[in-house]
Write a protein that binds this ligand. Structure first.
Ligand SMILES: Nc1ncnc2c1ncn2[C@@H]1O[C@H](COP(=O)(O)OP(=O)(O)OP(=O)(O)O)[C@@H](O)[C@H]1O
Ligand SMILES: [Mg+2]
Length: 356
């Protein structure tokens, strides 16, 4: 049995349905992310798990126990809120050690725990400061340290690193994940940062309008999106509108603006109006084996790669080319473009109007 289970969980605010019959199971020790755009219901879902928001329907069980109506403090979870919620009248050390003190942990042991947690979030030496004497990013890290110090069985994190600079955030991703694994803390992370979700998670639940659009490993979420929303939300992609002309055993023949593409359908039936997707890093400039020709419309250098937009008969194609050293052809030049059919994905466009 899963450690945490949400069964047909809903949340309505008046006429508005924020969460609609969500089912979700989280295994013990798992790191799961709720990823989705602003307003899709991530915080609401997390707050229902934490017990601060009461579901309108459905059941939540933790380790076999029905906690749907249990008070938050009884659930024994560690929570980092989107707003941090530090105690303003307590120092950093006081904040981080508060829960341990409530548990009657001895002062010396507590001091070690607090120091460890502060070290982890890179706040050594700031123990005596008050929250108002800290930057936003530092406050956020105090909140993370406070939750970690408790070594909870279930850790709930709501955008815990949104205020950190890119480099610190990257380091924290790796360190938090390492400590989470070492201590086996089951963790649910709410984020709209795709890289954060990808780097840290065992599984990602992509949320869209109060539902889970896709639940899978980061690799599958990126490589095999199951809905048009997941295709375009996670990473960048080229979307080509087409029409299925023939459904072969392994691939569909799709007419995109007069060019026939052979797209693997992975056993699913696709028909009628479809979208064909291909990631920019899977499209390349080519000479001999070019599939279409086009004109470079924009060319941008971002350090490790070049981002190009090429006008072709299929439409505008975005290309991400690793920086090999020599710049690719400049704007206005004619180029050949190629890809491998196996890298194409196809989804029926009807699904656009469905729940995802
Ligand atoms: N107390 C409330 N009363 C009415 N509507 C609410 C309430 N709380 C949240 N909502 C609505 O429910 C939806 C989901 O909100 P939620 O806070 O879960 O989004 P989110 O995915 O966490 O977004 P963000 O990334 O911006 O934090 C939003 O449309 C929001 O306006
Ligand atoms: Mg939120």
């Amino acid at each position: 049995m899963s450690f945490l289970t949400l069964q047909r969980i809903s949340k309505r605010y008046g006429d508005f349905t924020a969460i609609e019959q969500v089912d979700l199971s989280v295994e013990r020790g798992e790191f799961l992310s709720l990823l989705g755009p602003s307003g899709c219901g991530k915080t609401t879902t997390l707050q229902m798990i934490a017990g601060f928001v009461t579901p309108s329907g459905g059941t939540i069980t933790l380790d076999g126990r029905d906690i749907t109506n249990e008070r938050p403090e009884k659930r024994g979870m560690g929570v980092v809120f989107q707003s941090y919620a530090l105690f303003p009248h307590m120092t950093v050390a006081g904040n981080v050690g508060f829960g341990l003190e409530m548990r009657n942990m001895k002062r010396a042991e507590r001091a070690v725990r607090v120091a460890e947690a502060l070290d982890l979030v890179r706040l050594k030496g700031l123990d005596a400061r008050y929250p108002k004497e800290l930057s936003g990013g530092q406050r956020q890290r105090v909140a993370i340290a406070r939750a970690l110090a408790m070594r909870p069985e279930l850790l709930l994190l709501d955008e815990p690193m949104s205020n950190l600079d890119a480099k610190l955030r990257e380091e924290m991703h790796i360190e938090l994940r390492a400590i989470q694994k070492r201590l086996g803390i089951t963790t649910i992370l709410v984020t709209h940062d795709q890289v954060e979700a990808m780097t840290m998670s065992d599984r990602i639940a992509v949320m869209h309008r109060g539902k889970i659009a896709q639940l899978s490993t980061p690799f599958d979420a990126y490589e095999r999106p199951q809905t048009p929303f997941a295709s375009t939300f996670l990473g960048r992609t080229n979307t080509l509108a087409g029409e299925v002309r023939k459904h072969n055993p392994r691939c569909a023949e799709v007419d995109v603006a007069g060019t026939m593409l052979h797209v693997p359908h992975e056993g699913r039936t696709v028909e009628g109006a479809v979208n064909v997707y291909i990631r920019p890093e899977k499209v390349r400039l080519a000479n001999g084996d070019a599939r279409v020709r086009g004109t470079v419309a924009t060319r941008v250098f971002v350090g490790n790669q070049w981002l190009l937009v090429v006008d072709t008969a299929l439409g505008k194609l975005h290309i991400a080319q690793p920086n090999f050293g020599a710049p690719p052809p400049d704007e206005g030049h004619e180029v050949g473009v190629a890809w491998t059919d196996d890298d194409l994905r196809v989804l029926t466009r009807e699904a656009l109007h469905g729940n995802a």
